[in-house]
Design a protein around this ligand. Structure first.
Ligand code: NAD
Length: 396
């Protein structure tokens, strides 16, 4: 298939949508030596994006990471374009427009009409089905997901997403190309939340449930997870991400899995969002923040923490969260949606976990995890804690 050979180093790339993600992706591709055409539906956005890219490159130059010649060459490779109709012939088009299926389908239709049949068409969608975006297009095999993380110049992970009609050769070529950009690709199926946004769900959900049940206060729960090596606790992290943003991702995964109870959003988070307590950005979320942005009442209860850790799994924040993360990860692998190594790579690079959940599960022991989940399922029936059948086998 021709698309495999067109995705080479230095081949022309177009980026559609010059918002937060599109600008960052354009910077990454241009830094890697590709001529990049950048377009947005709204006038003035591309110029702003280019100014932002220059600022970002200047900061890299100031730190000595790139030379001034590299800075100039990178900026020169980026061409602002006024309309889709004016994009040059490209080996790869990466779409980073707003997260809406109809918008993306209309755009892909137009791109398919204007670009060669060999042009690889990639979407940066976080939550839409890649197969649905490709539906009805000529050569749907060249449509894939390239899910960058925010901010693209900094985050190493890229999920290379296989839609139901994506060609394996295109997936492989795209993963190879992304590697030449200094990124680490992981390949996964177009499953709700892909790898990172799926496997991470219980990290937030379990802490919210324990907080609602009065197991401990927020600061103590966060301290428990930090003691296991997580950079931030789940509750402080959702305050940083934004409760609204985190709820939207969780709700999307829940809806797309046919409202699987495993992903049901909590009443607590829905109430926070309804009350406008969105986290740091609104001055209040799970925590309240002083005007300087420091959390109030964030002192963990050390005695309670010591009591919980190593106790029954229902009230051990670490064991309970890890059991659910391991379950989610082995299930994804078991369904054939991603390889075990890619799941661990995705979670360590995409969310900064101290260890991949597959490796962590092997350390804890899958039989132990299965027993913990069975105990949780007895304590909280309803399907959320049903153990993956893979935990009783040797598959993951
Ligand atoms: N923000 C993140 O953290 C993040 C991370 C990964 C993936 N994504 C995904 O990346 C995509 C873009 O997200 P963002 O945060 O950069 O959004 P954004 O709102 O910052 O930028 C989107 C840009 O697309 C433009 N646009 C909208 N429709 C267009 C069209 N038909 N043609 C050309 N331009 C159009 C808008 O004018 C806007 O400038 C979404 O699909 C989102 O889900 C976002």
């Amino acid at each position: 298939m021709g698309a495999m050979t067109t995705l080479s180093e230095g081949a022309p790339v177009s980026v559609v949508g010059a918002g937060a993600m599109g600008a960052g992706i354009a910077q990454v591709a241009a830094s890697a030596g590709h001529p990049v055409a950048l377009v947005d539906a709204v006038s003035g956005v591309v110029e702003k994006a280019v100014a932002g890219i220059i600022g970002s490159l200047q900061r890299q130059e100031a730190k000595g990471r790139i030379s001034s010649a590299q800075l100039e060459a990178t900026v020169e490779r980026i061409t602002p374009v006024d309309a889709i109709s004016q994009l040059p012939a490209s080996a790869l088009v990466i779409e980073a427009v707003r997260e809406d299926l109809d918008t993306k389908r209309a755009l892909f239709n137009e791109l398919a009409e204007r670009q060669s049949r060999e042009t690889v068409l990639a979407t940066n969608t976080s939550s839409l089905d890649v197969g649905a975006i490709a539906e009805g297009l000529p050569e749907p095999g060249r449509v894939i997901g390239l899910h960058f993380f925010n901010p693209p110049p900094v985050m190493r992970l890229v999920e290379v997403v296989r839609g139901r009609s994506s060609s394996p050769e295109v997936i492989e070529a795209a993963a190879g190309l992304v590697r030449t950009w200094g990124k680490t690709p992981v390949v996964c199926a177009s499953t709700p939340g892909f790898i990172v946004n799926r496997v991470a769900r219980p990290f937030y959900g379990e802490a919210q449930r324990m907080l609602m049940d009065g197991v401990a206060d927020a600061a103590t729960l966060d301290a428990a997870l930090r003691s296991a090596g997580f950079r931030m606790g789940p509750l402080e992290l959702t305050d940083l991400i934004g409760q609204d943003v985190n709820l939207a991702v969780g709700t999307s995964v829940w809806e797309q899995t046919g409202r699987d109870p495993r992903y049901a959003p909590t009443a607590m988070q829905q109430e926070l969002v309804a009350a406008g307590h969105l986290g740091r950005k609104s001055g209040q979320g799970v925590y309240r923040y002083d005007p300087s942005g420091a959390p109030l009442d964030a002192e963990p209860d050390q005695a309670r923490l010591a009591e919980l850790l190593g106790g029954p799994v229902e009230t051990d924040p670490v064991a309970r969260t890890l059991a659910m993360l391991v379950n989610e990860a082995v299930d994804l692998v078991h369904r054939g949606e991603a390889g075990a190594d890619d799941v661990d790579t995705a979670m360590t690079l995409g969310t900064n976990y101290p260890k991949g959940p597959i490796a962590w599960g092997r350390e804890i022991g899958y039989a132990v995890v299965a027993d913990q989940l069975a105990a949780l399922d007895r304590a909280f029936p309803g399907g959320r804690y049903r153990p993956s059948s893979a935990l009783s086998g040797e598959e993951a």
